[in-house]
Design a protein around this ligand. Structure first.
Ligand SMILES: Nc1ncnc2c1ncn2[C@@H]1O[C@H](COP(=O)(O)OP(=O)(O)OP(=O)(O)O)[C@@H](O)[C@H]1O
Length: 767
């Protein structure tokens, strides 16, 4: 019976594949035709073009012809790109035309309809869809429910159908390997197959096995803020990438991938996920890290790096200062300070030429505050610039006829004078006019730098301004309420001053600094960006989110995170959700929880969730594996020997291993030792590296968001992980493992593991 079904389905697939191949051929012909047309257009163009430059109408005519030619070429180019993209999708579909079949009835007694769902849609004639795109409204029923009545969203409203069959296929190269008939949303069996595979260095799309709750994230089009809190490995990153692909499809014609931005935890991660959108047949979107976003706008500073942020140890008062600078209250204070600056308190720099002061800071301040109260900071700055440029022009005119300049002109050589004339026609009314003109040219040259300083806002001093803001803070908010004394705050200001002298900015200062800068210069947000996705949101501060919201005023935000993996913001992350409520109105916010973890085997998830104080809600996916193993030894050499053995055993099982240490220094040390023992390992030192194949040694802060077949947690002892706030870190590290987890500790395992039941792992003492 099953064999019959498989046979029939294969026959159907063969027919579809044949039609896809035909379409590929036609597409290829179209591409060849477009290429030929383009080539022809370019060749013929010089012959068809008659340059008419004598008269104005002639010139206009020529310009018009050139424009038409450009338009034709652009059209061809678009046709070509479109056909090429279609061809790419067809080539993929030829190998795997679809992965599911659904039979359903629209109303009781009506004809049973059958649809097939694949990576893209395919019709052999208009409206005769042999395959539906996974993002089409009707495809939603595959992801949304069991057999029986299922509702799905269409542009015209909700539709309900009666699903009578749900069939999934595992396909390779046009051949059906397995057929699953299921009553599940997306059957566990199929998921098991997919999850049992070994990891690649690139993330894969989950299009065939998207789960119901993930589908809600992917297909939401209403929320202005979509907040996803999900356990490690629950598919947040996967869902957001599918979501990007979905939105591009749903709003095709009005949304392009350049209007999407993804903020990711580090560059390594960008490399890891880079292939998903292209695999789904879409173009890549802009991906960047928050560090890149700020550092690029602060070229004169060295902004704190990920590693520095992670390894920096804060004393109690620094922790409170850090929390304050990260808060929405501090953001409010920045806005309030900007309002105050409309009346007084702006810090200016002299405008100079060499050592001569052209406009003093007092003069500039006087101009800046001379405008009436309707002028806000942006207009004030623009009006000041305008006034300064006018005054500069007057200065130039006066100086042009001064004795000093006229004397210089008399001494000038013929070449120098020719340079001053430039292209200007030499039809002056009289000699005075001519000398004035030459004088102006001479002065303009020496004042060019001054003009630049004015135009580029060099007369405003942002560092001094930010410093003044910090000093004014006690008037803007209640320090005591924030848990700080005046003396603590004073210390923080001194520390800031010291750092800025070395051109160094902590990440906690970088954002307020930029925010103040933007308020003063009136920088407008980027209205082109329509969707902002932020992964690992727990590592962002409320201040940063407020800043991003201002920078992308038209965008919808999708924020994904796991408060249990807050390895940078630690406890502070728990206030994030609260603070978010202040940024986005509740009626435009949707919160989705993902509790099932797909990445790891049941044993690994059960083990790692016990590391958390509130991990009980995390549901393991029922995929069986080995118990995690913990090795302890008093002699470090024993652990190293065991690590080498473990690497070999992992390799034999076909598993790629990542050894994760807490710090980069430990990674370096371990890499050295492993290499001395003859192991081939790659040390991941920076996020700018590529994820190499084979064993890697990687510090915890770079392993964020990634996953590996096997993980070895190095130095998991009491010395290394002693503090309560490292609980999230150790959870993050352990939850990177898909199939096998090994933990190595010198002497005694860290007390952070005390909560884990002893039957959740095997403990082996190597002494
Ligand atoms: N519906 C699904 N079908 C198949 N695989 C899935 C599905 N959902 C998640 N996975 C797999 O689970 C693993 C974890 O997914 P992902 O990295 O998206 O989770 P995450 O929530 O972002 O994790 P973390 O917070 O730990 O970084 C990936 O290998 C992904 O392919």
């Amino acid at each position: 019976m099953a064999a019959d079904i498989k046979h029939q389905e294969q026959q159907h697939m063969d027919q579809v594949v044949a039609k896809i191949k035909l379409a590929e051929k036609q597409n290829q012909q179209k591409i060849t035709q477009v290429k030929h047309d383009t080539h022809q257009l370019q060749q013929d163009f010089p012959h068809n073009l008659r340059l008419k430059t004598e008269t104005y109408t002639g010139m206009m005519e020529t310009a018009l012809t050139v424009r038409q030619q450009q338009q034709l070429l652009t059209e061809r180019e678009n046709d070509w790109q479109h056909a090429q993209r279609r061809l790419d999708i067809l080539a993929k579909m030829e190998k795997k035309p679809y992965f599911a079949r659904i039979d359903f009835q629209e109303t009781a007694g009506s004809k049973v309809e059958t649809i097939y769902i694949g990576l893209g849609s395919f019709a052999d004639r208009p409206d005769n869809f042999l395959v539906y795109d996974w993002r089409a409204p009707i495809s939603s029923i595959y992801y949304e429910g069991h057999l029986g009545k299922v509702s799905y969203q269409t542009p015209a409203g909700m539709q309900t159908v009666d699903v009578t069959l749900k069939r999934q296929f595992l396909v390779e190269n046009g051949k059906i390997l397995t057929v699953f008939d299921t009553d599940e949303t997306v059957g566990d069996q199929m998921l098991l197959e997919v999850l049992g595979e070994n990891a690649d260095t690139k993330m894969k799309s989950i299009v065939t096995t998207i789960q119901q709750e993930q589908n809600q994230i992917i297909r939401d089009t209403k929320a202005k803020l979509l907040f996803v809190q999900g356990a490690a490995g629950s598919g947040k990153t996967s869902a957001v990438l599918q979501r990007a692909a979905f939105l591009l499809y749903r709003f095709r014609g009005s949304l392009t991938s350049s209007q999407l931005v993804l903020f990711s935890p580090n560059q390594l991660f960008n490399d890891y996920i880079a292939q998903v959108l292209p695999d789904l047949g879409e173009q890549r979107m802009v991906q960047l890290t928050y560090y890149q976003y700020t550092q690029h706008r602060l070229p004169k500073f060295k902004v704190e790096t990920l590693q520095e942020r992670f390894e920096r140890r804060l004393n109690p008062s620094e922790t409170v200062v850090n929390r304050l600078k990260s808060s929405l209250a501090f953001h409010q204070a920045t806005l309030a300070y900007a309002t105050y600056l409309e009346k007084q308190g702006m810090a200016f720099r002299n405008i100079t030429a060499g050592d001569q002061v052209i406009f003093s800071k007092e003069q500039i301040a006087q101009i800046y505050y001379s405008f009436n109260e309707n002028y806000h900071l942006r207009n004030r700055l623009d009006a000041t610039k305008e006034r300064l440029l006018k005054r500069l022009a007057r200065k130039i005119n006066r100086a042009a006829v001064s004795d000093k300049i006229q004397k210089q002109l008399q001494d000038a050589s013929a070449e120098q004078l020719a340079a001053l004339y430039g292209d200007h026609p030499r039809n002056f009314q009289n000699a005075d006019q001519e000398l004035k003109f030459l004088g102006q040219q001479l002065v303009i040259r020496s004042f060019r730098q001054v003009q630049k300083q004015i135009k580029r806002n060099h007369f405003i001093n942002i560092t001094a301004q930010y410093y003044r803001f910090l000093k004014s803070l006690p008037q803007l908010l209640n320090l005591k309420q924030a848990g700080l004394t005046a003396a603590d705050w004073q210390d923080a200001i001194v520390a800031f001053e010291k750092r800025t002298k070395q051109q160094y900015l902590l990440l906690e200062d970088a954002t307020p600094y930029l925010q103040l800068y933007d308020l003063i210069t009136g920088k407008r947000g980027d209205t082109e960006i329509k969707q902002v996705f932020i992964d690992e949101i727990q590592d962002y501060t409320p201040y940063q989110l407020a800043f991003l919201q201002q920078n992308f005023p038209r965008a919808h935000f999708t924020l994904l995170g796991d408060l249990n993996q807050a390895i940078f913001t630690k406890k502070a992350s728990y206030t994030l959700l609260n603070e978010l409520g202040k940024l986005f109105p509740a009626e435009q916010t949707k919160v989705v929880q993902l509790t099932k973890s797909y990445r790891s085997t049941r044993q690994i998830t059960v083990f790692s969730r016990q590391l958390l104080l509130n991990g009980a809600a995390i549901e393991p996916f029922d995929r069986d594996g080995e118990l995690p193993v913990v090795y302890t030894a008093a002699v470090p050499k024993r652990l190293l020997e065991q690590a080498v053995k473990q690497l070999k055993s992992n390799q034999q099982a076909g598993l790629t291993t990542a050894i994760i240490c807490r710090t980069l220094a430990q990674c370096r040390q371990l890499t050295k030792e492993l290499k001395q023992s003859g192991q081939t390992v790659t040390l991941i030192k920076t996020e700018n590296q590529r994820l190499a194949a084979g064993t890697i040694v990687v510090p915890a802060f770079l392993a964020k968001g990634l996953e590996f077949d096997a993980v070895i947690v190095w130095n998991a002892d009491a010395q290394e992980y002693a503090q309560a706030d490292q609980r999230q870190l150790i959870y993050t590290i352990c939850s990177r493992a898909m199939h096998r987890l090994t933990i190595m500790a010198k002497d005694k395992l860290s007390p952070l593991f005390d909560r884990v039941a002893t039957d959740a792992y095997r403990l082996i003492c190597l002494d």
